[in-house]
Design a protein around this ligand. Structure first.
Ligand SMILES: *[C@@H]1O[C@H](CO)[C@@H](O)[C@H](O)[C@H]1NC(C)=O
Ligand SMILES: *[C@@H]1O[C@H](CO)[C@@H](O)[C@H](O)[C@H]1NC(C)=O
Ligand SMILES: *[C@@H]1O[C@H](CO)[C@@H](O)[C@H](O)[C@H]1NC(C)=O
Ligand SMILES: *[C@@H]1O[C@H](CO)[C@@H](O)[C@H](O)[C@H]1NC(C)=O
Ligand SMILES: *[C@@H]1O[C@H](CO)[C@@H](O)[C@H](O)[C@H]1NC(C)=O
Ligand SMILES: *[C@@H]1O[C@H](CO)[C@@H](O)[C@H](O)[C@H]1NC(C)=O
Ligand SMILES: *[C@@H]1O[C@H](CO)[C@@H](O)[C@H](O)[C@H]1NC(C)=O
Ligand SMILES: *[C@@H]1O[C@H](CO)[C@@H](O)[C@H](O)[C@H]1NC(C)=O
Ligand SMILES: *[C@@H]1O[C@H](CO)[C@@H](O)[C@H](O)[C@H]1NC(C)=O
Ligand SMILES: *[C@@H]1O[C@H](CO)[C@@H](O)[C@H](O)[C@H]1NC(C)=O
Ligand SMILES: *[C@@H]1O[C@H](CO)[C@@H](O)[C@H](O)[C@H]1NC(C)=O
Ligand SMILES: *[C@@H]1O[C@H](CO)[C@@H](O)[C@H](O)[C@H]1NC(C)=O
Length: 395
C-alpha cells in the first residue's frame, strides 16, 4: 500500500468513526451531580428523579428559553414524559436524551408521549390535525395548520426554528380511546411529530402512532438519521421536504400509502418538496397484531396532490410491500399525472421488490447514478444544510 493510500485509509476510518454523534459524552449516563459534564456550556437539565435538574418536564425547559436567536441546549434524563412539547422559538435548539448508546435508537431511555386524535367523523371546522400532536416545531398554531394548504404565497413572513435538533428521544402518540390503546383500526389523524416553518433534524429518534404519524408541512424542512417511524394509514405525510437516512419504516397495519405527499409547482422556493429515503427499511412493526397478515399490502405511497414527489433509494422492502409499489389516490380521484407526479425507486431490494409487478404508469425506476445526481441531501436542500449534524449525514 502506498503512503498516500494508507493516509487516505486512515482519514476514511477516522471519518467513519466520527459518525458517532456529536453529543455522545454529554448524553452518557453519569452519577448524580455529574450529569452535565461534557455538555455544551449553559445546557439546561431536565429530569424526573435527579435533584440536580432544573426542570421536571421537557416543555418546562423549552418554555424557559427566550424567543431570540441564541443557541440553546437541553439534556433530558431517562424516563416517561407524559406531555405535549411545542417549540416556537426561532433560535437554534438542541434537545438530547441521555442514553448509553447514541448510535442505536433501541437503547433510547427517554420516552415522550401523549394520547390524542382527530375524529374525522365528528371533526368541527375549527379543529385541525395540528391539534392532536405530541411534538410540534412551528412558530404558532396558525403556521402549523394542515388546512392552510401548500398553494399560494405564505400567509405572512413567519419564521420558525432555524436549527432544531433532537437526539435519542422516542416520541409516541398513543391515540387511546377511553384510556385504552386502540389497536383495531385508525382513530383518525394522531401525529407524533409536526414540523412547519422550521428547519429540523432528528438523530436516532422514534415516532410512533397509527394514522398520520409524522408530518412535515408548509415551509418545513426535516432530516432524519436512523431511528424508526411507526404507523398505519399515510403515516409519513406533508408538503414540505423530508429526508430519511437509515430509518426503519414500520407498519402496524396497512391503509392509504406509507407516504402521502403534496408538491407544488406554484409556491416560492425550489420545487424540491417531497419525501426522500435512502438506506431505509420497510417492515411490519414489531408490536403489530401478530395475527394480522400484512403480506403484499403496504403501498409505498399515494399522491396527496398530483405534484407529489416520493423517492425510495437503496431501500429494503420486506414482503409486506404491495407488488405494484405506488398507487393512485383513489379510483375516483387518481391524481396521477405523467411528468407531474414523481414516484421513484432506485436500488430497492428484498422480497417486497417485484420489478415486473411494479406499476410503471405510476412510478419509475432510476439508476443509483441518477439518484445520487438528483436526490442527494445537498441537491434536495439546495446545498448541504448548515442546520444538520454534519458528522452524521451523507452529503
Ligand atoms: C459559560 O456560560 C456562562 C454564562 O452563560 C459564562 O459566564 C461563561 O463564561 C461561559 N463559559 C465558557 C467556558 O464559555
Ligand atoms: C433572528 O435573526 C433574524 C435575522 O438574522 C431576524 O430577522 C429575527 O428578527 C431574529 N429573531 C429574533 C427573535 O430576534
Ligand atoms: C394529551 O393527551 C390527553 C389525554 O391523555 C388529552 O386529553 C389532551 O388533549 C392531549 N393534549 C394535546 C395537546 O393533544
Ligand atoms: C402547542 O400546544 C397547545 C396545547 O398544549 C396547542 O393548543 C397549540 O396549538 C400547540 N401548537 C403550537 C404551535 O403552539
Ligand atoms: C390565525 O389565523 C386566523 C385566520 O387567518 C386569524 O384570524 C388569526 O388572527 C391568526 N392568529 C394569529 C395569532 O396570528
Ligand atoms: C432553513 O434552511 C434554509 C437553507 O437550508 C434557509 O434558506 C432557510 O431560511 C431556513 N429556514 C429557517 C426557518 O431558518
Ligand atoms: C388482531 O387481529 C385479529 C384478526 O385480524 C382480531 O380479531 C383481533 O381483535 C386483533 N387483536 C387486537 C388486540 O386488536
Ligand atoms: C368518532 O365520532 C363518531 C361520531 O361521533 C363516533 O361514533 C365514533 O365512535 C368516534 N370514533 C372514535 C374512535 O372515538
Ligand atoms: C443504520 O441503523 C442501524 C440500526 O437500525 C445501525 O445498526 C447501523 O449502524 C446504521 N448504519 C449507519 C451507516 O449508520
Ligand atoms: C396502474 O396505475 C394506473 C393509474 O393509476 C391504474 O389505472 C391501474 O389500475 C394500475 N394498475 C395496477 C395493476 O395496479
Ligand atoms: C414526459 O417527459 C419526457 C421527457 O421530457 C417526454 O419525452 C414525454 O413526452 C413526457 N410525457 C408526457 C405525457 O408529457
Ligand atoms: C445513499 O447512501 C449511500 C450509501 O449507502 C451513499 O453512497 C449515497 O450517496 C446516498 N445518497 C444517495 C442519493 O444515493
Amino acid at each position: 500500500m502506498s503512503t498516500f493510500k494508507f493516509i487516505a485509509l486512515v482519514v476514511l476510518l477516522a471519518g467513519t468513526s466520527t459518525l458517532a454523534n456529536t453529543y455522545a459524552e454529554c448524553q452518557r449516563p453519569k452519577s448524580q451531580g455529574q450529569q452535565l459534564q461534557g455538555c455544551p456550556n449553559g445546557t439546561i437539565y431536565v429530569s424526573q428523579t435527579d435533584a440536580q435538574a432544573e426542570y421536571g418536564t421537557i416543555q418546562g425547559a423549552v418554555q424557559s428559553l427566550s424567543n431570540d436567536n441564541t443557541t440553546q441546549y437541553i439534556l433530558v434524563g431517562s424516563g416517561n414524559y407524559h406531555e405535549v412539547v411545542n417549540v416556537t422559538r426561532q433560535g437554534p435548539l438542541t434537545i438530547m436524551g441521555i442514553t448509553p448508546n447514541p448510535s442505536d435508537y433501541t437503547s433510547n431511555t427517554v420516552h415522550l408521549f401523549n394520547s390524542s386524535f382527530i375524529n374525522q367523523t365528528s371533526q368541527t371546522a375549527s379543529q385541525d390535525n395540528a391539534d392532536a400532536v405530541v411534538l410540534t416545531i412551528s412558530p404558532s398554531r396558525n403556521a402549523s395548520l394542515v388546512g392552510s394548504g401548500p398553494l399560494g404565497a405564505p400567509l405572512q413572513p413567519l419564521f420558525g426554528n432555524s436549527d432544531f435538533r433532537l437526539y435519542n428521544i422516542d416520541v409516541a402518540n398513543r391515540a387511546t380511546v377511553n384510556g385504552v390503546e386502540y389497536t383495531s383500526g385508525d382513530t383518525g389523524p394522531s401525529a407524533a411529530l409536526f414540523v412547519s416553518y422550521a428547519n429540523a433534524s432528528f438523530y436516532q429518534c422514534t415516532f410512533a402512532s397509527y394514522q398520520d404519524t409524522l408530518y412535515v408541512g408548509r415551509n418545513g424542512s426535516a432530516l432524519f438519521v436512523g431511528g424508526e417511524v411507526t404507523g398505519t394509514t399515510d403515516f409519513i405525510y406533508g408538503f414540505g421536504t423530508a429526508y430519511f437516512e437509515n430509518t426503519t419504516l414500520s407498519s402496524r397495519n396497512t391503509g392509504g400509502g406509507l407516504v402521502a405527499w403534496k408538491g407544488s409547482e406554484q409556491w416560492y422556493g425550489p420545487n424540491t418538496f417531497g419525501a426522500y429515503f435512502n438506506n431505509t427499511k420497510i417492515v411490519k412493526a414489531a408490536d403489530a397484531n401478530t395475527t394480522l397478515d400484512l403480506t403484499h399490502t403496504r403501498a409505498l405511497g399515494r399522491p396527496w396532490n398530483n405534484q407529489s414527489r416520493v423517492v425510495f433509494m437503496n431501500t429494503y422492502m420486506s414482503d409486506i410491500v404491495l407488488p405494484q409499489g405506488f398507487i393512485e389516490w383513489s379510483s375516483s380521484d387518481p391524481r396521477v399525472f405523467p411528468n407531474v407526479t414523481h414516484f421513484i425507486e432506485s436500488g430497492s431490494y428484498g422480497p417486497g421488490y417485484n420489478a415486473s409487478a411494479r406499476n410503471y404508469t405510476v412510478e419509475s425506476i432510476i439508476s443509483s447514478e441518477e439518484a445520487k445526481k438528483d436526490y442527494s441531501v445537498s441537491n434536495v436542500f439546495g446545498g448541504f444544510p448548515d442546520w444538520v449534524d454534519g458528522n452524521y449525514v451523507y452529503e
